[in-house]
Write a protein that binds this ligand. Structure first.
Ligand code: SF4
Ligand code: SF4
Length: 156
């Protein structure tokens, strides 16, 4: 039960369903693609605080107190799951970050797989994709099993 409460504080409800589906299906997440600098990920951002994804302006204020560099974000509304959405004031009219060298690690790591467990997805038009895939090791294990079966029963 405690484990479930911890999971729910880490993931959104939708994210938890995705997490459990991955566990049951034995799959993992794979990020593919490339950035083509559309800037959409700087216009619709979910932020994570010390107690999970931010839901209220008060949560955000706490984060800014701890990490003043987050002041660059402005609340624009909420997503379908009730999480705050932000836009970044560092995004220029040309769709590019005006101080790319000093962007945050969350910008450098986008799209982080945790986005999937917040119930979110990459923004429309993004060149990246997060997919649920069967791990290579599981294909390999099937292959080895098949070969072992053939060796023990060559005429089957
Ligand atoms: S700091 Fe730059 S890269 Fe990061 S969200 Fe803002 S505009 Fe985008
Ligand atoms: S939304 Fe995707 S393609 Fe557009 S700037 Fe962000 S990472 Fe790059």
């Amino acid at each position: 039960m405690l484990h479930l409460v911890k999971l729910l504080s880490t993931y959104s409800f939708m994210g938890l369903i995705r997490y459990l589906r991955l566990q049951i299906m034995g799959k993992e997440l794979l990020v593919t693609g490339a950035c083509h600098c559309c800037g959409n990920c700087c216009r619709k951002i979910n932020l994570e605080g010390t107690h999970g994804w931010l839901r209220s302006p008060m949560d955000f204020q706490e984060v800014v107190l701890l990490y003043p560099e987050y002041e660059r974000f402005r609340i624009t509304g909420k997503d379908q799951q009730g999480y705050l959405q932000f836009a970044c004031s560092w995004l220029g009219d040309n769709g590019l970050c005006w101080n790319h060298e000093k962007r945050l690690s969350l910008c450098k790591n986008f799209p982080d797989k945790t986005l999937h467990f917040c119930g979110g997805s990459v923004p429309p038009g993004c060149g990246y994709r997060i997919s649920e895939v069967r791990p290579f090791s599981s294909y390999l294990a099937d292959e080895v099993k098949g070969q072992q079966k053939n060796e023990t029963n060559p005429h089957s």
